[in-house]
Design a protein around this ligand. Structure first.
Ligand code: PHE
Length: 454
């Protein structure tokens, strides 16, 4: 990812790499199952609302830190803190982001490994096996899961270790449109073969009774996760951004593409959920079960489309995975003056250990709950997505809004409209920190301690 000159040589590179990072398991695996777990309608509407009101502004702020601070997430913040005569402790925001990225890497690789595994199963044909039985058998096997996630993690590590320069750009140029088209085809299949009316009603109807702090926190967490906010990825990518690239426009493009893929994934999956009377609240297994059902239904066509779907999903996960590893790798190699390969080896080894814990959450430690969280896998996911991301997002907003206000201008951001620029600053200064902290506090009280106020 790190171009030799520490800068991408054209504007498309940032767009492709950032979209490659944003579009991943979060959209196709995460969004539908979280929507299902949270009852659909209200979660989806809140998600869209937060993407626009908090996601886009904080996304831009994170890229802004990278673009103007240069360097890894910690040093970019330190550089800007020095320039703006702020405390060096702002670098804690960078450290917290890196911590979140490591935890995410630890569970992301596991799901991605499962996707690759499903690609092979789909190629061999699902036959008449019941999708639930297939899934249960796959996740019950600790060693098999370990094999697949290790393969995925090592492959991502190799690419990150050697620096992929323009590789990601070339790959994304072809694969992103393919993924897009395939997801739209799956929506078409859902419309023709599934129950689209129930899906639309489920996903977009306002359900006031679901209004609680946990749903709101899950919606913001999902919005940030899906946009790759709060883990230093966008700071790293922002620092490779050419000087004259319009940060505002680029952010709108990436945020729109990411949200479109999530919505299409929902529209592909839920018509099948309702048609085959599957359980929308099934959780992490939802996508695997629904898609397996659909592919087996399609007969010979499914034997072709099934593996293609998992292949493209694995590629989308791969480009996200390398973007998750990038911040900690640049940080370690710059901080301790070690080579990228060495830094990547440390990071990958650490993630390997974390992934073992999250794999165990599916089988051997399945029943070990941590507080209110069902198992170690769920606990890691909660800690990263819902706990840390919102805090880092708050830190980014406050730092850019309050400490860097003087450095914000049309030239760096590409936003020429003064009103819009001011609105951005107001959101960063007030709206985003106040709402993020409130949602964070109330959500944690409800999920972790069972205390709810409404
Ligand atoms: N946004 C990615 C996804 O939706 C995951 C990701 C998170 C990537 C954080 C980079 C940083 O799958």
């Amino acid at each position: 990812m790190q171009a030799k000159s520490n800068q991408w040589n054209n504007n498309l590179a940032f767009l492709l790499a950032a979209t490659g990072s944003a579009v991943g398991l979060g959209n196709i695996w995460g969004f539908p199952y979280k929507a299902g777990e949270n009852g659909g309608g209200l979660f989806v509407l809140l998600y869209l609302f937060f993407v626009i009101v908090l996601g886009l502004p904080v996304f831009m702020a994170e890229v802004f830190i990278g673009k103007t601070g240069k360097g890894n997430p910690v040093s970019a913040i330190e550089n800007l803190a020095v320039k703006s005569k702020s405390s060096k402790s702002w670098n804690l925001v960078g450290y917290a982001g890196i911590l979140a990225s490591l935890i995410i890497a630890g569970y992301y690789a596991v799901i991605a490994g499962l996707v690759v595994n499903y690609g092979f199963i789909a190629a061999a044909g699902f036959g008449v096996s019941d999708p639930s039985t297939v899934y249960a058998a796959e996740v019950a096997n600790f060693w098999e899961m370990t094999f697949w996630f290790s393969a995925f993690l090592i492959a991502s590590g190799i690419v990150v270790g050697y620096g992929i320069d323009q590789g990601i750009e070339k790959a994304m140029r072809i694969l992103l449109p393919m993924l897009f088209v395939l997801v739209i085809l799956m929506v078409g299949y859902g419309a023709v073969r599934g129950d689209m009316a129930s899906a639309l009603n489920y996903l977009f109807s306002w359900k006031a009774d679901q209004f609680n702090a946990g749903t709101i926190q899950a919606a913001v967490g999902q919005a940030f996760f899906s946009l790759s906010i709060g883990m230093g990825t966008l700071m790293a990518f922002g620092s490779y951004m050419p000087k004259d690239q319009k940060l505002g426009n680029a952010s709108v493009v990436v945020v729109t593409a990411d949200t479109a893929v999530a919505l299409f994934a929902g529209l592909a999956i839920f018509p099948l959920v309702f048609f085959f009377a599957l359980d929308p609240t099934a959780g992490t297994e939802l996508v695997f079960k629904t898609m397996t059902t659909a592919f087996s239904e399609m007969g010979p066509l499914g034997q072709f489309i099934g593996p293609l779907f998992y292949f493209l999903l694995a590629v989308a996960a791969f480009s996200s995975m390398i973007s998750i590893l990038e911040p900690s790798v640049v940080f370690l190699s710059e901080k301790f003056s070690i080579s990228r390969v060495k830094a990547t080896t440390f990071v990958v080894l650490f993630c390997f250990l974390l992934s073992l814990v999250s794999v165990a959450g599916f089988n051997v430690w399945k029943d070990i709950s941590i507080g209110a969280l069902d198992n170690p896998f769920e606990a890691m996911k909660y800690l990263a997505d819902d706990f840390l991301l919102l805090l880092v997002g708050t830190g980014i907003s406050v730092f850019v809004g309050w400490r860097l206000e003087n450095t914000i201008n049309s030239e760096v951001t590409g936003i020429t409209n003064k009103g819009l620029l001011n609105l951005w600053v107001v959101v960063l200064k007030w709206i985003s920190p106040i709402s993020l902290l409130t949602i964070w506090a109330l959500g944690n009280l409800q999920i972790l301690f069972g205390i709810s106020f409404f």
